[in-house]
Design a protein around this ligand. Structure first.
Ligand code: UDP
Length: 334
């Protein structure tokens, strides 16, 4: 089976490509490298012994995408490609809507042209918005978000739902990720954002590496047990395996299905910092600063649907996540 992975050179995409190759799928990557490095393709080859086919294209470019589909008989698409910085999306909404929506719609048009009917979408827990109580369950109204980035996820879920209604032989799996962190055990793949990281774990890793002076914990006065925000952190390799399971599910199903990928547990910023310090034997320099706009105090997944439908559950611990994240950061900061 041949799978097109858009955004396959990115953080979650590259880990998924490794799992796909290990499970003997034939993989084609489409990535414009706007937030990824070409080197990742070499690293995937070093880990798996197989070099995935790579096209440096933007998925909103219909001609280029048609070329990929003409040259390869694509059976399924896993769509990661998209802009993902929450804060940036607030300042550049048009870029986010244009890029994320256009690439998805172009992909669907080209898939239709070539008779490809299996679609796995990289969605996010952000679609539950600020109103739903946690743990988040898939049947809750997922029609809100607090940033243009999040709204692109809500809108793309809607587009895929309407498209599937109009094409009952199509299968779309909407994977709602919680907070993926950690890295591949080889130390070759991980989260390596350009510039100063927005997300917690890559920020911690750069403080540990001495590249950033200190971590600012955003808010210590939340109504949570230790006053810091709680999130459902899951290991990126568990998340990658979730995509494989979703693909297997899509092979024998039609229709649209939203599925949470999370552990079902909340971990606070403090707890994550402490786990990182302990498992890696490093002291992190941090201060408690003001809350960050738009952050919710606490949320985590109800992860029962993923287990029931996909036979998937997270297996890695917070310690695994902290250890592997540092293993990768050490490699890249040398
Ligand atoms: N966070 C923090 N300092 C940072 C970055 C993040 O305290 O430099 C906190 C943030 O307030 C949130 C958690 O870490 O509670 C996870 O944030 P992240 O941006 O990684 O993911 P989000 O849950 O916002 O998608």
């Amino acid at each position: 089976m041949k799978v097109l992975v858009t955004g396959g050179a990115g953080y979650i995409g590259s880990h998924t490509v490794v799992e796909l190759i290990n499970a003997e799928y034939s993989v084609v990557i489409a990535d414009d490298l706007s937030n990824a490095r070409h080197e990742v393709i070499d690293r995937v080859q070093a880990i798996t012994g197989t070099r995935p086919l790579f096209y440096q294209i933007n998925c909103a470019d219909k001609r280029e995408l048609q070329t990929v589909f003409t040259r390869n008989e694509i059976d399924a698409v896993i769509h990661f490609a998209g802009f993902k910085a929450v804060g940036e999306s607030v300042h550049k909404p048009l870029q986010y809507y244009r890029n994320n929506l256009d690439s998805t719609m172009t992909l669907l048009e080209v898939m239709e042209e070539f008779g490809c009917k299996k679609f796995i979408f990289s969605s996010s827990a952000t679609v539950y918005g600020p109103e739903n109580p946690h743990p988040y369950k898939e049947e809750m109204p997922a029609i809100q978000s607090s940033s243009p980035y999040g709204w692109t996820k809500v809108m793309i879920e809607r587009i895929l739902t309407d498209y599937t209604t109009a094409h009952p032989d199509f299968c779309a799996v909407l994977l709602r990720y919680f907070n993926p962190i950690g890295a591949h055990e080889s130390g070759l793949l991980g989260d390596d954002p350009n510039g100063i990281p927005n997300n917690l774990m890559p920020y911690i890793a750069r403080v540990a590496a001495g590249q950033l002076e200190k971590l600012t914990i955003f808010g210590g006065d939340y109504p949570t047990p230790d006053g810091t925000c709680q999130r459902d952190y899951l290991h990126v390799v568990d998340l990658a395996v979730g995509h494989l399971k979703a693909l297997e599910y899509a092979k024998s199903h039609v229709g649209v299905e939203a599925i949470n990928l999370g552990t079902g547990n909340g971990v606070s910023v403090f707890e994550l910092v402490q786990a990182f310090e302990k498992v890696n034997n490093i002291k992190l320099n941090y201060i408690i600063g003001p809350r960050r706009d738009g952050d919710l105090p606490a949320f985590w997944a109800d992860a029962t649907k993923a287990k029931a439908l996909l036979g998937w559950e997270a297996t890695h611990t917070i310690e695994d996540m902290c250890e592997s994240a540092w293993g990768f950061a050490k490699n890249t900061s040398l």
